[in-house]
Design a protein around this ligand. Sequence first.
Ligand SMILES: [Cu+2]
Length: 147
Amino acid sequence: MNLRPLAVSLAFAGIALAATTGAPSVRLATGFVAAVPPGSTTSAAYVTLKNTSNQAVRLTAVKTTLAGHALLMQTTHPGHEADGMIGMRKVAALVIPAKGQLVMKPDGNHVMLMDLKRVPKEGERVNVTFTFSTGTLIVSLPVRRPV
Ligand SMILES: [Cu+2]
């Protein structure tokens, strides 16, 4: 009995599995988690994500052990601070255009970190898991003050 062909096919199966779960066609260009004062219960993460594929990719969920909930949000009425109408709304997904990028920033799209389990300290790194229509990406983000 020759076991070699079986071992080879299992090895290929392993490679195929890794490719389908670990290749969302998106990479992190830059990003950070905002440092917040002691006692804070919310913070935010801001990332720039690049889509390397020829098709639009949807970012549908974010998760981190730092926070009870992480929500995708858009800032509404940016630039109308005088109205006192700066607001945020939760969105089901943010789209990264084909061969394009999604830029998050304090007055724009962001990931709201709610129900903080602890206050993120400036200089530490936090693991954040991004779920896309194409797969999952886990990144390590530094904690710093928003500019
Ligand atoms: Cu928000």
